[in-house]
Ligand binder design. Sequence first.
Ligand code: CP
Length: 311
Amino acid sequence: MIGGSKHLLGLDGYSAEDIIKVLDVAEGMKEISTRKIKKVPTLRGKTIINLFFEPSTRTRMSFEIAAKRLSADTVNISASASSTVKGETLIDTARNIESMVPDVVVIRHKFSGAPEMLSRYLDCSVVNAGDGSHQHPSQGLLDLFTIREKKGTINGLKVVIVGDITHSRVARSNIYGLSSLGAKVVVSGPMTMIPPEIEGLGAEVAPSVDEALMDADVIMMLRIQLERKSNSLIPSLREYARFFGLNLDRLKRAKEDVVVMHPGPINRGVEISSDVADGPYSVILDQVENGVAVRMAILYLLSGGGDEVVD
Ligand code: CP
């Protein structure tokens, strides 16, 4: 269970204590990946189904690796290889999957709310691996883990999120999680990409990226989501890069020990320049590494595990 729930659908409603418990378990899980034999028997006999209806590299692979490191059996299905292409509904697909008695279903879907709907029809745990523009809670948790690892704490930090907030499920999950843990969250980007309700979630809207970046402890750049028509909200990608992209010059406004994050995949030269993405402030690949540990913790806790990592 995480925060008293057998599902992980979003980070809204979770207390600081709930989130810290996941991060602490993930810390123990991270050590497993440093061993010569990167496998423990903790989830032996459990079945985890990865149901991906949208493309993914990081999330899908790290959920699969996480399950395998814990000795669970995994099955991966993508939209193009499933019977949804023959017209089967998501609910019918889910009910058929349920008949095979899985313990956890991890789902990514283009429609916001698809994982929540599935959770109402399935007895097993459901994990949201990204639903439309709604939430991406495992990404939020791995981002929180990475910030805590690099900064020692999250409470009191200024975290700046820049880009297409409207379409970003990563931004939403991070705003909820960061606010619970006491960070000050500032968002910035073209006004066409800042939804009016965002302040109600606990974020401040800065008038410009340059003002937002002043004294930032953490900068989180978001991808321009061409598949969700983000480019229809801006004049051109070139102008976006000039006014909102993170480059070395703009980075000087942040604190000297700033860390730069990006959930990936990155559009080099659009929201982030290569010298920043590959430079000393970037923790982008640490985020990917931590994704495995955090997803091991999520699968472990939802499959009935407690606070201790069983070896
Ligand atoms: N960050 C993230 O969700 O990446 P993928 O789309 O590759 O899973």
